[in-house]
Design a protein. Structure first.
Length: 103
């Protein structure tokens, strides 16, 4: 095949835990769930608004580690967007039609 390599699209999936998670993802989600469980143990007689606030750590971390197409997960997508926005790069054209400042 002319020394070209065909790499399957899911070749890195085998490096992930359960095919979806990295150790950092599991630590993040585990800490959110642990914080939610601790809050559930200490808060008694919570109304609906308080219960939603108590469940927020598990819900937010669960949302961040949810797999997304073309990215590993939502957290990786947010990191890529923030990196793109706050680290702008200027690309200079050096093609065949540029005269390099000459008239």
């Amino acid at each position: 095949m002319n020394n070209s390599y065909l790499i399957p699209a899911n070749s890195k999936k085998s490096q992930l835990i359960l095919g979806f998670f990295t150790p950092v993802d599991l630590i993040l989600f585990g800490s959110g769930c642990a914080l939610t469980i601790i809050l559930l143990m200490f808060v008694r007689n919570a109304n609906l608004a308080q219960m939603i606030m108590i469940l927020m750590p598990a819900l937010i971390t669960g949302f961040l580690v949810t797999p997304v197409l073309y990215y590993h997960n939502v957290l990786q997508f947010i990191i890529n967007v923030v990196t793109y926005i706050f680290n702008p790069r200027r690309y200079y054209w050096k093609g065949w039609c540029v005269r390099d400042g000459e008239e």
